[in-house]
Design a protein around this ligand. Sequence first.
Ligand code: F6P
Length: 362
Amino acid sequence: MIKRIGILTGGGDCPGLNAVIRASVKSALFHYNWEVYGIVDGFDGLIQPDKIFKMDANSIRGILPKGGTILGTSNRGNPFKYPVKEEGRIVVKDRSDEILKNILKLELDGLIVIGGDGSLNIAFQLYKKGANIVGVPKTIDNDLAKTDYTFGFYTAVNTATDAIDKLHTTAESHHRIIIVEVMGRDTGWIALNSGIAGGADIILIPEIPFDVDKIINKINERNSKGSHFSIIVIAEGAFEKGKDKTYLEKAKNEGTLPRYGGISNYLAMVLSKKTEMEIRTTILGHIQRGGTPTAFDRILASRFGVEVCDLIARKKFGYMVALSGNNIVSIPIEESISQQKFVDPYGQLIETARKLQISMGD
Ligand code: F6P
């Protein structure tokens, strides 16, 4: 018998997290008559459980359109490789047993983990150690395998498209090249979709390493046809053929990720050696992670939030919800985290971009 569940959000935040929380809490409280406990700041909240609180209708009032997560999150504290200070230096420790003990102590019959690849990986490892976990896939990057879309992605694409529209007019007025850097450390989903939606001239993604001369050819071709400006949309994880990726900061220790940001400035520097045109760069950064979710993302998040409670009711632990076509389905978490969803360089969307005369920089 399920009586009490917990819910947490892990990894980078994403528009629509609150919509999932609201849907799960509503379904758990009013459909299933379960008690719900909110776990604060991702898995950290299960290592230091002092801030865990009982959720009721008041906890979720008015949160549907809100960005961020009312539960807080963290993308730095992997419990299996938890950084702790010992004798003045940082060492990583496995603190997963503390989490399992606290789940027992709190008498949680099920735990909903809303997270991206990192958090779902942790969730799967905890599940293998005996925790009753179910997952909800989340990331603006849309790079999680086995789900057609993650909520938050289209909100980020809208934000980036809006920025591209604004930069378009100023680029045209000043006859400049403007480089817009969007998120996507491993995949080019945001860059490709916002680039097509915003009418970019050149789109650069990690799946297709770029060639500076090809970019210059495209800019020159546009100039010769009377378009004396160009918009380049670049994913933060894109890189030049034969070169390494550009980082703002390398991974500090095991269990953390490097920080991206700055490839647009590198590109501006190499382009400036080959063109007289003025170049400006805009790094959109965390703006893409904030804001109110679009209607599409609110609906997807609400469907995920309701369906994940059904997984608990059916005791399908170790599973996560996913979108397949128009249906919400359940798949083993392991299947999603064992691969990443990349843009297919030979797929339909790339072909569409090319036929729209967008250069992919290759
Ligand atoms: O949500 C994924 C992501 O947006 C990546 O594209 C980006 O590199 C990363 O998060 C940045 O996250 P943070 O600055 O919170 O570590």
